[in-house]
Design a protein around this ligand. Structure first.
Ligand SMILES: *[C@@H]1O[C@H](CO)[C@@H](O)[C@H](O)[C@H]1NC(C)=O
Ligand SMILES: *[C@@H]1O[C@H](CO)[C@@H](O)[C@H](O)[C@H]1NC(C)=O
Ligand SMILES: *[C@@H]1O[C@H](CO)[C@@H](O)[C@H](O)[C@H]1NC(C)=O
Ligand SMILES: *[C@@H]1O[C@H](CO)[C@@H](O)[C@H](O)[C@H]1NC(C)=O
Ligand SMILES: *[C@@H]1O[C@H](CO)[C@@H](O)[C@H](O)[C@H]1NC(C)=O
Ligand SMILES: *[C@@H]1O[C@H](CO)[C@@H](O)[C@H](O)[C@H]1NC(C)=O
Ligand SMILES: *[C@@H]1O[C@H](CO)[C@@H](O)[C@H](O)[C@H]1NC(C)=O
Length: 926
């Protein structure tokens, strides 16, 4: 036994050398959710732990903001406790914490300080407030507030079952529930093995023995932000020992107690024994069960004759753990893998063995109680979908927490099926609920739905064809809305076959005549989602040459400019357009340039050097040839790869303005826009120096041209789409630039496939709501917004159209214009809508994906693409909406991908394994 122990310790010591060289720094707050409840919407503050706390408006939509009474406020109480959210109405009120990652383990903490926030205390000083706190559908703790000036904390370790965690306060008739702060911290999956899918653990006690009393250790000392309170009542026959040396985690550490907490221990002064923990049945819940974690780290370097060895005794006589020698400066612990229960007292003591020359000690301990989970939850994708519906229509009602559970709190208007676990949503009745806007695409994600009633609302827009995708749907009532037709064929067919009771207003049915749009007033501005895009291709082909001609004519008329490098400085400064004056003040996520901004203008000779005599051509596009080059950076003495685009015969507006334009573009920075490093103007030549994107374009990746082919998986495609959308959104909202030539070959990929939008050199400033004139309508056939060809105006919505085509390419892998049978050419939008009308979307998904995708996620993107390519610009979403929807789809896909990968971790946690110097014992049951 002893030999075995020694060997393991040696391994752990060797390991500690590795640990020492690891990079140290401020731990990350990534994934933290920190809510200061009751603060005004949009408020945030960063506390002395450097964690940013935000207001609760995005996490809850009920309750009222309150502030504690002035006489309770002083500099020593945490800022989070100054305000509280109170819930005078509704028996259940829930916070929805999002985003979280399903199957990830979290520490969850709620904080309460009453502070007489409601002014009730002076009238009735003895009132105690009591209410229940739930995690999802399970009771977490009954909160019992008796001291108005005390801070109460409730903490649990829990495994997220979905991509959100809800925390609910339930009014049990003993006072108005309120809350001061809510905190969520991701922890490592291996930590706290007692917390598993069907059991969370609730903190009962956590103690450390730092000598300075009242001191609290948390983040950043503890990267998981546990709060370690110092034990203030150290008995007089104990003393502390401490070290300043860093204590290393042991190999496979399952508790990761921070070094600062373990640097002090308590030890008896004269006695070889110490009783350090006593729990009474009375002090805990009625039938308490306890998990314990005792932390031991030897802090003194023992000489060869010294031995510190002790056993852990329960109730004085039962030896719970065999003689044990803590390791020097390595974190170690002994914990119970099954709970203690059934005793009247729980008394733990450390007794030195006869061979020990030194007394026992302990550094810290934790006690948890188990919280059994009912697992009565709503199916994750149903819950996601109905939450998206709730968000879209701002449904208030009692729509909080889990939609179906517990049954007495199921959401109004929903029916659920509880026959199997998880519960499924089977019907939604939102009749007469003042819904406005389009019918949410999320309804079609509710795949167990039997009845949807959306009658008597103000819904507009088309009827989503995806509704026909719900195989179990038996009733669909859409009467008394302002919807436009036609009714998707697939729905009509189901109704004809008697599979669906379909109720729609009569005028909509008229729309399905072949003469659509029909005469019904609501049909005038109909966007037929199925039959749209009648002949965009033909229009494009006819108009494009005319535009090119116009550009060409103007191009030939340009005046010859001065040589590169000789332009007087005063010229370009006065032409910098206002929108780039201070890029850091624009919305979006402006990023620092990746190259110092010192050099922006190049001479032709310099470009010649940069590209090594224009020797390496890496592409050519409509506007010139693209070269590879190296740029030397004098200040940082390094070399950067760049792309140089040389456009001949470019300007249509005279050199001055072009110059200003190029200059201005060098100020546009965003992580999803290819940076323009500099430019050169030499007569009819315009040289543009861009950041180099080593992985080429999305177009090439999808098609396998240019030798960069690597089949992108669906997750990668989604992420690329999202990043490109973010770049475009920034151009639109941050810079008021319309790109005008969005296409897959203008979406470039960096080393790790991060996407950036290229070639916004064509973009022109747009002022306010004014549209752009035709003179500069440019674009690539297949991507051009058919409406702008008719109206001769280009707006952000034209980019949205083109981006919709990009999304369809990402899904299908097809080109925007396809060769149909024979001579016929067919536009991708039309091609896809034919398949959608038939309902076989799997047929058109790119076969290179080999079926490895989440169909829901593809549907969402497909729906978004169809909305983007709506024929009328007003029907199209903004890029901001597109970004939000794509984020959502990416989360769906990530969850899907995760759930497919193995659950190796969770099965491991239920095993008993001994690792490092860790030792475990099973508690006795009576
Ligand atoms: C925090 O508040 C400041 C202004 O009070 C605001 O500029 C900033 O965007 C806020 N941050 C977050 C994450 O909400
Ligand atoms: C601050 O207020 C709290 C709560 O009312 C009280 O317990 C504490 O003693 C006060 N501290 C100081 C420094 O006044
Ligand atoms: C730790 O460092 C402090 C300050 O540097 C010193 O006062 C103290 O004696 C040190 N403690 C130990 C155990 O070395
Ligand atoms: C262990 O120590 C405790 C506390 O001092 C004492 O009550 C108990 O009798 C001891 N048990 C044994 C077996 O020595
Ligand atoms: C004390 O040490 C000796 C030799 O190392 C060993 O044989 C004996 O069992 C030990 N006694 C106890 C009580 O641990
Ligand atoms: C539709 O909206 C109008 C005003 O926008 C309102 O008067 C009417 O009550 C709404 N209809 C329904 C059914 O909610
Ligand atoms: C909608 O239609 C269904 C099927 O006919 C019917 O059961 C339901 O009551 C209707 N809803 C309203 C509000 O009339």
């Amino acid at each position: 036994m002893t030999a075995w122990k020694f060997a393991i310790t040696a391994v752990a010591v060797a390991f500690s050398f590795v640990a020492i060289v690891q990079v140290r720094g401020q731990p990350s707050t990534e994934g933290f959710i920190s809510i200061d409840c009751g603060t005004p919407d949009g408020y945030n503050h960063t506390d002395n732990t450097n964690i940013q706390y935000v207001s609760d408006d995005q996490y809850i939509d009920s309750g009222v903001n309150k502030r504690i009474a002035q006489n309770y406020i002083n500099s020593s109480i945490p800022i989070q406790d100054v305000t509280a959210r109170s819930f005078p109405s509704g028996s259940r009120n829930c916070y929805t914490l999002k985003p979280v990652t399903a199957d990830q383990k979290y520490l969850l903490r709620a904080t309460f300080m009453y502070g007489n926030y409601d002014g009730q205390q002076s009238e009735n000083p003895n009132t105690s407030i009591q209410f229940d706190l739930y995690i999802g559908v399970d009771l977490w703790k009954t909160v019992n507030i008796s001291d108005a000036s005390a801070e109460y904390r409730v903490e649990a370790i829990t495994l997220a079952l979905a991509d959100f965690i809800s925390v609910c306060l339930i009014n049990t008739g003993s006072g108005t529930p309120f809350i001061s702060a809510l905190e969520l911290r991701p922890i490592k999956p291996a930590m706290y093995p007692e917390a598993v899918a069907n059991q969370s653990i609730v903190l009962y006690l956590r103690r450390t023995y730092k000598p300075s009393s009242n001191q609290i250790f948390r983040f950043p000392d503890d990267p998981y932000d546990r709060i370690w309170a110092s034990y203030t009542e150290i008995p007089s026959d104990w003393t502390t020992i401490s070290t300043n040396a860093t204590i290393q985690d042991n190999q496979n550490d399952r508790f990761n107690a921070p070094s600062t907490v373990l640097q002090t221990a308590v030890t008896p002064i004269r006695s070889p024994t110490m009783t350090f923990l006593q729990l009474d049945r009375e002090s805990g819940p009625t039938a308490p069960q306890y998990y314990v974690v005792f932390y031991f780290t030897e802090l003194q370097s023992l000489n060869t004759n010294a031995v510190r060895e002790f056993s852990i005794y329960f109730d004085g006589s039962y030896q719970w753990h065999a003689p044990y020698r803590p390791a020097y400066l390595i974190s170690d612990y002994i914990y119970s893998i099954s709970p203690w229960y059934g005793y009247a007292h729980y008394i733990f003591s450390l007794n030195a063995t006869a061979n020990s020359t030194l007394p026992p000690f302990i550094n810290a301990f934790e006690v948890y109680t188990p919280m059994f989970l009912s697992n009565a939850v709503t199916d994750v994708s149903d819950a996601d979908a109905i939450m998206a519906v709730k968000a879209q229509y701002q449904v208030k009602r009692n729509w909080m927490g889990d939609p179906c559970n517990p049954t007495e709190y199921a959401w109004d208007g929903l029916n659920c099926s509880y026959t199997a676990s998880p519960s499924r949503i089977t019907s939604v009745n939102l009749s007469s609920s003042r819904l406005a806007g389009r019918i949410s695409d999320s309804f079609s994600m509710l795949q167990a739905m039997e009845s949807i009633d959306l009658s008597n609302n103000n819904l507009t827009g088309g009827i989503p064809y995806s509704l026909a995708n719900i195989s179990s749907l038996q009733v669909l009532n859409l009467t008394n809305n302002n919807l436009s037709g036609p009714v998707p064929d697939a729905l009509l067919k189901k109704a004809d076959a008697g599979l669906l009771i379909l109720r729609v207003d009569d005028y909509l049915l008229l729309c399905n005549a072949s003469t659509c749009p029909c005469n019904g007033s609501s049909c005038q501005n109909t966007i037929s989602t199925v039959k749209k895009i009648p002949k965009p291709v033909i229009v494009i082909l006819a108009v494009i040459p005319a535009i090119l001609l116009a550009v060409l004519v103007l191009t030939l008329a340009i005046t010859r400019g001065t040589m590169c490098g000789k332009l007087p400085d005063s010229h370009h400064d006065s032409f910098v357009p206002p929108y780039v004056e201070n890029p850091s003040e624009t919305p979006g996520e402006p990023e620092e340039p990746w190259i110092p901004r010192t050099k922006r203008r190049f001479t032709y000779m310099e470009l010649n050097n940069v590209t090594n005599n224009f020797s390496r051509v890496i592409g050519s596009g409509g506007f010139g040839v693209v070269y590879h080059g190296y740029l030397e950076n004098e200040t940082e003495k390094n070399v950067t790869e760049v792309t140089v685009k040389v456009c001949h015969e470019i300007s249509s507006q005279g050199t001055k303005q072009l110059h200003a334009e190029a200059e201005s573009l060098t100020h546009v920075f965003h992580k999803n826009l290819v940076s323009l490093v500099g430019y050169c103007m030499d007569g009819d030549k315009l040289g543009l120096v861009y950041e180099y994107m080593p992985q080429g374009s999305l177009h090439d990746h999808l098609r396998g041209t240019s030798g960069v082919f690597r089949a992108l998986n669906w997750g990668e495609r989604l992420r690329i789409a999202l990043e490109a959308a973010q770049g475009l959104d920034y151009m639109h909202t941050g810079c008021q630039i319309v790109h005008r030539d969005v296409k897959t070959s203008n979406i470039l990929l960096g080393q790790n496939l991060e996407a950036k939008i290229a070639d916004f050199g064509l973009a022109k400033m747009i002022g306010g709501n004014e549209h752009v004139s035709l003179m500069s309508v440019c674009g690539t056939p297949g991507y051009i917004d058919p409406e702008s060809l008719r109206t001769l105006r280009l707006t952000e919505k034209s980019d949205v159209y083109s981006f919709g085509v990009v999304l369809l390419e990402i899904i299908t892998g097809e080109l925007p214009i396809l060769q149909g049978q024979g001579e016929e050419i067919i536009h991708l939008v039309k091609h896809v809508s034919q398949f959608i009308a038939r309902g076989d979307i799997k047929e058109i998904v790119d076969s290179a994906l080999r079926g490895e995708y989440d169909l829901n996620s593809v549907w969402k993107v497909m729906d978004m693409a169809m909305r983007c390519t709506a024929e009328a610009a007003v029907e199209r979403p903004t890029m901001t909406e597109v970004v939000m929807q794509l984020k959502d789809s990416l989360i769906t896909e990530t969850t899907h991908a995760k759930s497919k990968s193995s659950y190796g971790d969770s099965s491991e946690t239920s095993q008993i394994s001994i690792s490092g110097t860790t030792t475990m014992s099973i508690g006795p049951s009576s």
